[in-house]
Design a protein around this ligand. Structure first.
Ligand code: DAK
Length: 265
């Protein structure tokens, strides 16, 4: 059964307590604008308290992308306080995915860039097809990841590898993501979502109270080193880059489909 929570986010209820939460903005490669984030937040809040739900599969609509990042066109006009608000909203979605008493799985079949990689990292784990592409290209736009990506990537890959990816903005494919430990294995593109649903159903057959007890315990290990204590620092750093020459230039250059000319200002 497919429910439209609104025009940007769709909910498919599958068997045995598995639901697919689909970001449905394929014409912009499912880029996260404020409206998408608000819709995701509302849907996740509802699912968190729905006793029939066990596993949430987060995915993007269309052939090409999970999520190609935060919406660059929308960010282009943001000042510092808008950026701080935007960052707080993004964090609230990621923290919900990370902490809700359900299993959250990112199903990545194409581009997961910037905010897309960050959203995927906030899920309990990522299932990726062989066409998945990950990366945090924000420094090429004059900003930094603003949804907790720096912290979660460092936690997953180790500090030096995460720094290399964040500082270079380089994209990696599925096989490198496997080597780095971001995902366990790359699944075939053909039949990817069928396989993802099968794996979700397998988890859903286990005791949800046991699985969510394990989840909260494992998250507690992260309490001091994890994202929560660093949210305010990241929001402050992220928003302080808005209004700089390089942030404006980076985002205008994206819209004009040309390389950015940065001045370090
Ligand atoms: N924002 C807005 N529109 C986007 C977009 C994005 N991130 N990514 C793609 N699109 C749009 C394109 O502009 C294009 O629109 P039209 O020109 O057709 O109107 C359409 O989607 C199709 O994209 P392309 O024509 O570019 O498709 P290609 O196959 O040629 O290229 C691509 C695919 C994924 C390589 C390319 O679209 C691309 O480089 N996209 C941008 C990827 C990127 O830089 N992502 C990082 C964005 S910055 C925050 C939280 C998080 C973040 C920031 C703040 N807070 C909470 C404050 C994170 C920041 C980011 O994510």
């Amino acid at each position: 059964m497919s429910e439209k929570t609104n025009d940007l986010v769709r909910l498919n209820r599958l068997d045995a307590g598995v639901v697919e939460l689909v970001i449905d903005r394929p014409e912009a490669l499912n880029a996260l604008n404020i409206q998408v984030l608000l819709s995701l937040k509302a849907a996740l809040e509802t699912l968190a308290s729905d006793a029939s739900v066990r596993v949430i599969l987060l995915r993007g609509a269309g052939e090409k992308a999970f999520v190609a990042g935060a919406d660059i066109r929308e960010m282009q006009t943001m000042g510092r306080s808008d950026a701080a608000q935007f960052s707080r909203l993004g964090h609230s979605v990621c923290l919900l995915l990370e902490s809700m008493p359900k299993v959250t799985v990112a199903a990545v079949h194409g581009f997961a860039l910037g905010g897309g990689t960050e959203l995927a990292l906030a899920c309990d784990f990522i299932l990726a097809s062989e066409k998945a592409q990950f990366g945090l290209p924000e420094v090429g736009l004059g900003v930094i990841p603003g949804f907790g990506g720096t912290i979660r990537l460092a936690r997953t890959l180790g500090l030096a590898r995460a720094k290399e990816l964040v500082f270079s903005g380089e994209r990696i494919g599925a096989s490198e993501a496997v080597q780095l430990g971001l995902v366990r294995k790359a699944l075939p593109q053909d039949g990817f979502f069928d396989e993802v649903r099968k794996q979700a159903a397998k988890i859903a057959r286990n005791s949800l109270s046991a699985v969510s007890a394990a989840k909260s315990l494992m998250n507690e290990f992260e309490e001091t080193s994890g994202v929560h204590p660093k949210v305010d620092a990241e929001i402050q750093r992220f928003s302080s880059l808005f209004g700089t020459h390089d942030q404006k230039e980076g985002m205008v250059a994206f819209s004009e489909k040309r390389s950015a000319r940065f001045e370090g200002l």
